[in-house]
Design a protein around this ligand. Sequence first.
Ligand code: SF4
Ligand code: SF4
Length: 441
Amino acid sequence: MKIFRQDIRFDDYKDLSLSTITFKRASLPDEIQVYLQQHQGHPAIPVVHQGDHVEAGAVLAVAQGDFSAHVHSSISGKVSLATSEWIRVESDGSEDSGSFLKEVKSWRDVSREEILSGIFDAGIVGMGGEGFPAYFKIKNAEKKGSLLIINGCESEPFLTSDYFLMVSRATEIIYGAELLLKASGREKCIIAVEDNKLEAIELLLSKARALHVKNMEVKTLPARYPQGSEAELIRSLSRSKALGAGVPLIHNVATAFAVYEAVRYKKPLIERMVTVTGHCVVEPKNLWCRIGTPASHLVQNCKGFLRDPIRVIFGGPMSGLAITNLDTPIIKATRGIVALAPEFSGEGEEKPCTRCGLCLNVCPEELSPELLIRVIQKENGALAKEFRLSSCTECGNCTFICPSKIPIQKILKIGKTNLLHESFPQSFQAPVDGISQVVLG
Ligand code: SF4
Ligand code: SF4
């Protein structure tokens, strides 16, 4: 079945990071740097000062209300700098032994309120890239629908961190989904996975059966980009008539895993799976990483670069964000670090728009990207709202297809920030210039 008026097809390069499926933890970094607004909503307020000693798992900054999230230290050491934007912790060299974990023996019997407070205390945010505070998302969706969707689609090229988590921690993800079902009061859960991840599908199905989990279904969807986005996932499931009444609540598989760890072990969100990949990386792989670790440290864990990348991206090359400094630390929503080789540059001279309409054909939100560019250039906020600029999911399809090499996604992202006043951490506002390199390279 055709999803868009014109499908986007490209090589996904996922095999690069799947040569090993051993669960490997990145080595201890010398220091971490954590942002106080690494989530949507209000920044967290620091509660530590320069010179303080902190243990791994300690709260560094507290959430400013429900639409925010606590920020914790992922290592033990000394706070070397604390500002209103970020906190730096120098490691004392001790590998965290997990001593801060406290197992709740009867964790499967905890109440809805206990699960919710566990999610809030752990500072869990959407780990599929959007960074939306999970507690707020669940509370906000109360009584608005009957379906919970656990998103395991991961349609971005190069990224395999969700796949890796599904094949290495399938049981825990199912438990996390069960806890999210209870916390949200939803009646049914669908774990949605694309058909290019058959091993994950088989594992999730067999574990769900063995655990006798009720009201849970593993649904296979045909692989296509940008099915990982919430809007597109809802459309795909609605086509297969899998949606119940009301608005579905969607959480990523990595978020479900974090919820499991938070409720069972009272573990704050201080680590996550990150795909470090690209043709410039010597040994691309998935690594279990401490939040706040510099990208350079994680690249070194993969034996460094074979050659200089043309661009390094946090997230996937279609919707991710280019970083200009390799010491940029990973945040809770960082799914991958992709070092693109020069042959994927996709760079070329930008030419005037020819009104060819190709960008319109590939937009899953049925927007008119070229029209939105003109609206943004005229700084017309009213028209930007009328032509639904806020519906742009920044999937990058339009940039990918544009023969005039216009960085459409970048222009729309800046337009959303400037005209619609969307909050986003300034340090992560450097969008990727384009994606044509991935298809045409
Ligand atoms: S694809 Fe590029 S050239 Fe074609 S209409 Fe869109 S912006 Fe203009
Ligand atoms: S980036 Fe926005 S405008 Fe472009 S194709 Fe995706 S949703 Fe449409």
